[in-house]
Design a protein around this ligand. Structure first.
Ligand code: NAD
Length: 972
């Protein structure tokens, strides 16, 4: 059909659809008064939905009341009259508030959720049938965080597959619903989510994730085949897209069940996805169904991409999604099977948009396909009139019917509420009756080229974030932005990284420098100081930026060395290298800014100028746990502002230190300006910090060594011309508080990665978990089960979560603490180390969780630096804050809570260098989360922050009297 004919037909079908919809009398989903208010006042909407999200976790009337008041009294919120009187004045009894609110939310829930389980939903399904609608059941769920939870989901799916067919078998046949143009179709249609069937589904370990998934998936496929149930694989986040498609294809090829897959048109990859799937489907011996949807996680995808610095995977404009939907519709319909038993695609349109639907029908007609070749799918509780219009037009309309409890269903419910109150909602526009038919049916194609805020957004990120100054002639002339981590959901990225890890060779470096070597290094570095100090600041900055470029060019290789030398996993090693690059780019710009003299005031006849200059020879003494990032950060901070540096890396990480040092020299840093000294800390480290030629010590490591260095630096021999300055970052005993309102899905994942990432060997790692009141048992159970699902293995393998600890001595120390813990507390989890699949010749300690730990216990107070977590019960939030603040270490801390007042108190009273609210406590980024603690954790110098370089410089002020015999240039 010619394009204009097709457009004419789209308009005809679309108008008919809308006309019929307008004639159907149903109550609008937006009739509810609260919802109407929400649509008028965005601030109220945000707070209402945040409250709705937290609501199911609240177990007492006090909790419900306090949260509601907290949310709705946030600045900028105008309360609807029904709430104004009682709530603000606190006049309503808490019990009454709870009852009213519970009822309201349950009613909202019932609109979108059909029942708690299959049997309860059966009434709703029967009603649908009587209204002429088919169904697909969606089992609502919390994020699956353990194998036990995955099994619960598997069994729930199996139960539906085995029981529903009998329950619906007796229903009268309705040809329109039970057959398509090629013959009968299953009456029971079930939608499944792969992330529910395996807690460790991770694109980084693509093949094995799918293998592991099949453990729970295969019985479902077989049961579906046996009972004649249609199974649709839902599509979730973009990160899981390729994995979901691959798993679907493998499933279809393994078991001859009736198969469907949801595909999202809001993805920029939509056209390619459609083409590849259509090609594949043509080669099959039976058709598969594609449920084409626009996509439900647009906000998440956009935010996540921004957070990671990755290209936004979704179209930024709604219209682009609509256009992509139509192109994909065409691709899929081109692949429609002509005869039963032939491969190809059957298309289901998951949309409430009359234009999108009309296009699908018109295009099908143009291919000589009957309307029954296209199925319409719409969400339960939405678009009632459209469904009836579809039915009247003889179309097969299927409802997507969520079944489940309110708690796990809350995320789904909030998504639907957002959709129903979104200004972009097509459904809303059509219902409001304010938009005319022609506009509603307007073609999304051929619009002016998209200005694409999604990508532009990232392109302008450095300027938009303004994390550092920008200079012409320094680097690319733009402000600093973080180096983006690798996106391991991309197959090519994964393969390149795997190759680099395999090839990486850790240089063997002797740890044999002597005091005499230290002495010689000091002589060289002292002699080189004046020349380096007097170089133009921009020159130095550009050399450091050249270091960044060279690190960047060898990124994966450096990660590979880190993986092999210290046992970090892929993501951890990649983050280490990115952070090193960030330090270079950030300090180079800050240093250039610092060296521009700043005039103070505009006094007549007087010129005041502040300037900074380097201190002299810096001793850089670094730990092994961020073997590149911290070493590079401290070194480039010192160098960028004009100090010379003697670099003394930690003994277990000399290989990567050597490579880094080579890169410094290759980039053009003079050899006497940056000298590598590889020897025992107790010998050469100790010698360096005590030498009068050292002006500055930058140390990161343990408290014991740090305090020793501070003491040593305080002794000033008679011939020493300066007081030494010590930048000192030490250990942590970091706590995360989880209260009853927390999102447990997020908190479990966040605590698990904070406590056990890199085997707990991060200074920022969570080693104390404080759970408030009633949340304790459920939270700890989920955390323990989730931790037990981690894989202990060889970190060169992408599927490994837990690698070895740094060395035998560390393993023995950690094991001693575990023995102490057994005396002091109750062991809730002790993960055994498997016999095989480990890194050769390394020492392993599995994750351990202790509960009922007293606050004075050894394991509650001392830094363990391994995978050991102590759990405490707090009576209330006050008690939790008291426990958290009890440690002398003040490095990181975390709070998982959805109670605004708790978050506000934590901001003020949880006294640590880096506090994280509703996220994990590790992974600070340069410029965004300047890092470092106080108390026994450090001197508060904040690496990767604006003030850091001040510690590496000394300030001077020059004042000139500019008056000469009564004449002042300023007056001229
Ligand atoms: P460590 O204190 O044992 O060693 C750190 C460095 O000091 C090494 O280079 C070592 O050779 C050197 N050293 C040892 N004895 C010395 C001495 N007497 N004089 C001078 N130098 C000496 O620490 P580590 O085991 O390498 O690292 C783990 C520790 O580092 C943990 O306590 C961790 O919390 C801490 N850390 C803190 C931060 C932070 O930013 N606060 C970051 C990473 C690690």
């Amino acid at each position: 059909m010619h394009t204009t004919d097709l457009e004419t037909r789209v308009a005809e079908l679309g108008s008919e659809f809308l006309r019929r919809a307008a004639d159907v009398r149903t109550s609008s989903v937006t009739s509810d008064r609260l919802m109407q208010w929400a649509m008028r006042d965005p601030a109220f909407k945000t707070q209402l939905f945040r409250f709705v999200d937290a609501f199911p976790r609240l177990s007492t009337p006090d909790d419900v009341h306090d949260h509601l008041v907290d949310y709705l009294t946030q600045p900028g919120v105008t309360l609807p009259p029904i709430l104004q009187t009682g709530l603000k004045a606190g006049r309503l009894a808490k019990g009454t508030v709870t009852k009213v609110v519970t009822k309201l939310i349950e009613t909202m829930g019932e609109t979108f959720i059909a029942g708690r389980d299959g049997r309860e939903a059966l009434g709703a399904l029967r009603r649908l049938r009587s209204e002429g609608l088919a169904f697909t059941i969606d089992v609502l769920g919390e994020a699956c965080v353990s194998e036990a939870e995955a099994i619960v989901y598997r069994d729930r799916y199996l139960e539906l597959i085995t029981t529903l067919p009998q329950l619906v078998a007796g229903w009268d046949d309705v040809d329109r619903l039970d057959t398509d143009h090629l013959g009968p179709i299953p009456r029971v249609n079930l939608s499944i989510k792969l992330s529910a069937l395996h807690s460790e589904l991770d694109p980084i370990d693509h093949d094995r994730s799918i293998d592991a998934l099949f453990g729970n998936l295969l019985p479902i496929l077989e049961a579906a085949h046996q009972h004649g149930v249609f199974l649709n694989f839902d599509m979730e986040s973009h990160q899981l897209k390729d994995l979901t498609i691959a798993a679907f294809q493998r499933a279809v090829e393994a078991v001859p069940f009736e198969a469907g897959l949801a595909v999202q048109a809001y993805l920029r990859s939509g056209d390619d996805d459609a083409a590849a799937l259509a090609d594949w489907a043509r080669g099959l011996d039976r058709p598969v169904t594609i449920r084409l949807v626009k996509g439900a996680y647009w906000d998440y995808e956009t935010i996540h991409a921004e957070e990671m610095g990755w290209p936004v995977p979704v179209w930024s404009r709604k219209q682009d999604t609509d256009a992509c939907f139509e192109r994909m519709t065409a691709t899929f319909l081109e692949a429609a099977p002509a005869r039963p038993g032939e491969g190809g695609v059957k298309l289901a349109l998951g949309s409430h948009n009359a234009r999108s639907i009309a296009y699908g029908l018109a295009f099908a007609e143009s291919k000589g396909l009957p309307h029954s070749a296209v199925e319409l799918q719409m969400l339960h509780g939405m678009g009632g009139q459209l469904k009836q219009a579809g039915r009247q037009m003889g179309l097969r309309v299927r409802e997507y019917v969520p079944v489940g409890e309110l708690v796990p269903g809350m995320a789904y419910l909030v998504r639907r509420l957002l959709e129903n109150t979104s200004n972009e909602s097509w459904l809303l526009a059509s219902q409001a009756g304010t938009v005319d038919t022609a506009t509603l049916l307007k073609s999304p194609h051929g619009a002016p080229p998209s200005t694409d805020p999604g990508h532009a957004h990232l392109g302008t990120a450095p300027e938009r974030h303004g994390l550092s100054p920008a200079f012409d002639g320094v680097g690319d002339g733009r402000p600093f932005d973080n180096e983006a981590l690798r996106d391991f959901s991309d197959a090519a990225t994964r393969e390149a990284f795997a190759k680099a890890v395999t090839r990486a060779v850790v240089p063997q470096v002797a740890n044999d420098a002597t005091e005499a070597d230290a002495d010689a290094a000091l002589a060289r570095a002292s002699a080189a100081f004046a020349g380096w100090r007097d170089r133009a600041a921009e020159d130095r900055a550009n050399l450091i930026i050249e270091v960044a470029a060279r690190l960047r060019a060898r990124r994966d290789e450096l990660s590979g060395i880190i993986v092999k030398e210290v046992g970090k996993d892929w993501r951890g090693a990649d983050a280490d290298v990115c952070e090193a690059i960030d330090f270079c780019e950030y300090y180079a710009r800050q240093a250039a800014a610092l060296h521009r003299p700043e005039r103070l005031g505009r006094y007549l006849g007087e010129h005041n100028e502040a300037r900074y200059e380097p201190r002299g020879v810096a001793a850089i003494i670094s730990p092994w746990n961020f073997p590149l990032a911290i070493l590079c950060g401290m070194t480039t901070a010192a160098l960028s502002v004009g100090n010379t540096a003697i670099i003394k890396p930690a003994e277990p990480a000399l290989g990567i230190a050597k490579v880094f040092h080579e890169i410094l020299l290759e980039a053009g840093i003079p050899p006497d300006v940056a000298i590598l000294l590889t020897g025992p800390g107790r010998v050469v480290g100790s010698r360096l910090v005590r030498d009068p030629r050292v002006a500055l010590i930058a140390f990161t490591g343990s408290k014991a060594v740090g305090l020793d260095i501070i003491a040593a630096a305080g002794i000033t021999p008679a011939d020493q011309p300066h007081v030494k300055h010590v930048v000192c970052e030490m250990g942590g005993k970091n706590a995360i508080i989880v209260d009853a309102s927390a999102d447990f899905d997020e908190a479990v994942a966040g605590v698990r990665s904070s406590a056990f990432g890199f085997q707990g060997q991060k200074c920022s790692a969570a080693s104390r978990l404080i759970v408030v009141g009633s949340a304790h048992d459920e939270f700890v159970d989920r955390l323990v089960a989730s931790t037990a699902a981690l894989t202990i293995g060889d970190p060169t393998d992408p599927g490994t979560d837990i690698g070895p600890v740094i060395n035998r001595a560390a393993a023995e120390t950690i094991r001693r603490y575990i023995d102490t813990g057994r005396q002091e507390a109750t062991l809730a989890l002790a993960m055994d180390v498997p016999e095989t699949g480990l890194m050769p010749d390394r020492d392993y300690v599995g994750p351990h969780i202790f509960v009922d730990v007293s606050e004075t216990a050894t394991i509650a107070t001392e830094e363990i630096f391994g995978p050991v977590l102590s759990v405490f019960r707090a009576r209330d939030f006050d008690d939790a804050l008291r426990l958290a603040n009890a440690s002398h270490y003040k490095l990181t801390g975390g709070v998982y809570s959805r109670r605004p007042a708790h978050l506000e108190r934590a901001r003020r009273e949880f006294r640590v260098g880096n506090l994280y609210l509703n996220r994990g406590t590790t992974g600070a980024l340069v410029g965004r989360q300047p890092f470092g603690g106080f108390g026994m954790s450090g001197v508060g110098s904040k690496a990767g922050g604006r003030d850091y370089l001040l510690h590496f410089t000394q300030p001077r002020v020059v004042t000139e009297n500019t008056t000469r015999r009564g004449f002042a240039p300023d007056l001229a």
